[in-house]
Design a binder for this molecule. Structure first.
Ligand SMILES: *Cc1c(COP(=O)(O)O)cnc(C)c1O
Length: 386
């Protein structure tokens, strides 16, 4: 007999009618600027592999050497027997890179955010989140059971009003570079507010690390801030680092607290040591070869200049995330489809990833793009959007 629990057809149909149905496309081959999609080569403008390290020969070689030294699986959680010398060395190198006392590896960024917020807050505390924060930060706030508030996007005034009225311990939580808008959190002001109100400050710099700052130190380096200003810094390794995983960096005490209390750290298998070895190689490249950041900035600048001349509706971003606001989800999907027909893969971002009515094309750049590819994209955009 049919079991009504498993009747999802109404909900799925509803998503399709609203143009919110999601589908995966199958890529054949490595993550590079040119992707094999359905037997055809398309130019990839939707990856977060901003520096083009995901398929770099040195990173791949370090991964293979890591497998030779450590095998594939890590066997258990870090607190049991899964914490290898490769993980430990990477943590030390990430701490040095971010100018913090310690760093702690997490298996994904999503898990890092869930773990940190719920480890540091409880029922009688307050969590204040930017309205446009990444889902993992919002979910971490909800999981913590603290009083949950969202302040207006990048609005320090609204934040201060709420902070002044907050009860219990308060934690300010924000993306550094906003993942779907590409703009920055007002970090210097947030650091001052956190200090004035004795609140914690957690910054998720998934899209800034490796990309912003002279040495790739991210938003914190961009603003010239220290561990004292931004005591809890979270970074992901699956974006500019080109590998996989995440970390939280901060004081010795903070890291010890997370080792004791972050459930998504304690109760999960350590990422493979070979991934840590690959990440050590990408960290070396990211720190020593600044030409990738320069190339990326040249491409972004060229795109914005060209886009402005064409009259495209660019957003307020100077980072590698360059969205074009469309509004309607169906129109955004159609634009993405037409670009794909012309050989450009640009993803349409729809609710709930972005607020209702703000669907957009999210164009991302890689240091491995050429100016010609960017010019060709501008051409295609003008045909599709204007
Ligand atoms: C991608 C992303 C995450 C999640 O990181 P994963 O390692 O992919 O789980 C967290 N925060 C932000 C802002 C992100 O863009």
């Amino acid at each position: 007999m049919a079991n009504a629990f498993y009747d999802f057809s109404g909900e799925l149909q509803h998503l399709q009618q609203q143009n919110l149905y999601r589908r995966r496309r199958i890529v054949d081959g490595p993550q590079t600027v040119l992707l094999n999609l359905d037997g055809r080569q398309v130019v990839n403008f939707c990856s977060n592999d901003y520096l083009g390290l995901a398929n770099h020969p040195e990173v791949a070689a370090a991964f293979k050497a890591g497998v030779d030294s450590y095998g594939v699986g890590s066997g258990s959680a870090h607190l049991v027997c899964g914490h290898t010398s490769a993980h430990h060395a990477l943590e030390a190198e990430l701490a040095a890179f971010t100018g913090r006392e310690r760093a702690l590896l997490f298996s994904t960024g999503y898990m890092a955010n869930l773990g940190v917020i719920s480890a540091l807050l409880g029922r009688n505390d307050s969590v204040l989140e930017d309205r446009l924060n990444h889902a993992s930060l919002l979910d971490g706030g909800l999981l913590s059971r603290a009083r949950f508030q969202r302040y207006k996007h990048a609005d320090a005034e609204d934040l201060q009003t709420r902070l002044a009225a907050a009860s219990g311990k308060a934690l300010l939580v924000s993306d550094g570079v906003f993942s779907m808008d590409g703009d920055l959190a007002p970090l210097p002001t947030m650091a001052k507010l956190a200090q004035r109100y004795q609140a914690g400050l957690l910054i998720d710099d998934a899209h800034g690390l490796g990309v912003l700052g002279a040495t790739g130190g991210g938003i914190v380096e961009h603003f010239g801030l220290s561990q004292e200003d931004v005591p809890i810094l979270m970074g992901t390794l699956g974006k500019a680092f080109g590998t996989f995983g995440a970390f939280v960096a901060g004081s010795d005490d903070l890291i010890e607290m997370l080792i004791q209390k972050a459930r998504s750290y304690v109760f999960t298998t350590a990422l493979p040591a070979a991934v840590a070895e690959a990440t050590r190689a990408s960290l070396r490249l990211l720190q020593t070869e600044s030409w990738r950041r320069q190339q990326l900035n040249c491409l972004i600048f060229g795109f914005r200049q060209g886009g402005q001349q064409l009259g495209l509706q660019l957003m307020d971003s100077f980072t590698a995330i360059q969205p074009i606001l469309i509004g309607d989800s169906g129109l955004a999907m159609a634009a993405s489809q037409r670009l794909l027909e012309q050989g450009f893969w640009v993803s349409a971002i729809r609710p709930p990833t972005v607020p209702a009515g703000s669907a957009r094309l999210r164009i991302t750049f890689s240091a491995n793009h050429t100016q010609q590819q960017v010019d060709d994209l501008l051409d295609a955009l003008s045909k599709v959007l204007l």
